[in-house]
Write a protein that binds this ligand. Structure first.
Ligand code: CTP
Length: 409
């Protein structure tokens, strides 16, 4: 489910050193199955040649409104009508200022103005020095162009070509591809607040040792990303994993099951969907030693006692919000055998409308999986696919069930 495949993108380049990243972005778009028509301003041509962009996009590049290649001499109309979106990357401070005023003084500005606003979205990836970005004029213009319907992608922060450090960097090509893809995803969860747990928990034995499990967190992170792309506001409560935070997702890092419980319970009061994808430890050592447990040389081994951790999912599923239908809860199950039997029993025990089983063999850390969905009507399967694709499918399943729950109320 690559939302960018088959789309026709007009990629506009304006003047800025980030033009070199636009070359990579163009390549990534083409690789993802989009067709790309590059349009450059004169300033952009100072940074990268049309020949490079032509080779990468496989199409002649346009830069002048007087281009005689357009039969009717109306390149600005023809090119903007064909597009599924105009993406300006890099988008300079000057171009944002021109857009804010509805200027039409070169081909790219003309196209942005002449595009049918309802049908051809305008996505801007700003790129500029941090002072230019922070300047009140730029910020004012950004507010204006967004009010006029443009979508701003980014910006990033970090080292700048001028040697300064701060906000104003264009997003990296892969981030832009992700953002552009997210833009085209159907907004199945618009207006929803999704809370997701992911990863393992770590239960301390002493300051240097602990008990954990093999959960990679990949499925939960993929669900958080897919939900955000489907329009939800997403909070991700993550156990100890070293995965990057999906763009636009609020992340809260926790360590133990008790930490996760303490983070989740208040957040669940504002959530409309809760997906418990974390592999939460059922037990913790009943007493974590304050100092490292040392060998005493006798060969004697320490004895560990255990205490049961609170059940986060069951607690949330029994809350007033969940029982009234205001909060839709989804649990996960990783079983070693008899998945359907255990998943069905677990769904009833946890009191959740949807229980998702990981279909074996053990999938910890792998990039693909297959899922078993158990709900009040029976069970179905999502066939083996990447966790990214499965997460998108699961989000669609949750959205469909969520809206039917609400229409039954
Ligand atoms: N879960 C939770 N809090 C716990 C234990 C589990 O929120 N303390 C959630 C998991 O995130 C998952 C679901 O409950 O969504 C099932 O977890 P699992 O470990 O498979 O089930 P358990 O209830 O621990 O049952 P068992 O280990 O006996 O299979």
């Amino acid at each position: 489910m690559n939302a960018i495949a088959g789309k026709h993108i007009v990629l506009g380049l304006t003047g800025g050193i980030a033009c070199y990243k636009a070359a990579e972005f163009c390549r990534a778009l083409v690789k993802a199955g989009a067709s790309v028509q590059v349009v450059m301003t004169q300033a952009a041509e100072q940074f990268i040649t049309p020949v490079t962009m032509q080779a990468l996009s496989n199409r002649p590049v346009y830069s002048s409104q007087w281009d005689v290649r357009a039969d009717n001499n109306m390149a600005h109309i023809n090119l903007s009508r064909e597009a599924d979106a105009i993406v300006v990357a890099p988008c300079s401070a000057d171009f944002i200022a021109r857009l804010a005023h509805g200027a039409a003084d070169d081909l790219l500005a003309l196209m942005c103005l002449a595009r049918p606003v309802e049908r051809v979205p305008l996505l801007l990836a700003p790129a500029m020095n941090r002072e230019m970005w922070a300047h009140p004029a730029t910020q004012r213009n950004l507010v204006q162009v967004q009010q006029d319907g443009a979508v701003v992608l980014g910006v990033g922060s970090g080292d700048q070509a001028c040697g300064e450090t701060g906000d104003g960097r264009m997003l990296e090509p892969q981030e832009l591809l992700e953002e552009a893809g997210a833009f085209f995803q159907p907004k199945l969860l618009a207006g929803q607040q999704m809370l997701v747990t992911a990863g393992p928990t770590f239960e301390a034995i002493d300051p240097v040792r602990g008990i954990t499990n093999h959960s990679s967190g990949k499925m939960g992170f993929a669900i958080a990303r897919a939900a955000r792309e489907a329009g939800a506001e997403v909070t991700l409560v993550a156990g100890p994993v070293s995965l990057p935070t999906p763009r636009g997702v609020r992340r809260i890092d926790v360590v133990s099951a008790q930490n996760m419980y303490d983070a989740v319970i208040p957040l669940a009061r504002d959530a409309s969907i809760f997906v418990a994808a974390a592999a939460v430890a059922d037990w913790r050592p009943d007493r974590a030693a304050q100092e490292k447990i040392k060998k005493d040389g006798s060969g004697a081994t320490p004895t560990l006692g255990f205490a049961e951790n609170p059940d986060i999912l069951a607690t949330v599923a029994q809350s007033e919000r969940a029982r009234s239908g205001a909060l839709y809860c989804v649990g996960f199950a990783a079983e070693s055998h008899d998945l359907l039997v255990h998943a069905t029993a677990k769904r009833a025990r946890k009191g959740v409308p949807l229980l998702v089983g990981n279909i074996g063999p053990a999938t910890f850390g792998q990039d693909d999986n297959a899922l078993l969905l158990v709900d009040a009507h029976g069970h179905s399967e999502l066939a083996r696919a990447s966790k990214r694709v499965l997460a998108q499918q699961l989000v669609a399943e949750i959205a469909a069930r969520r809206s039917s729950t609400r229409s039954e109320e």
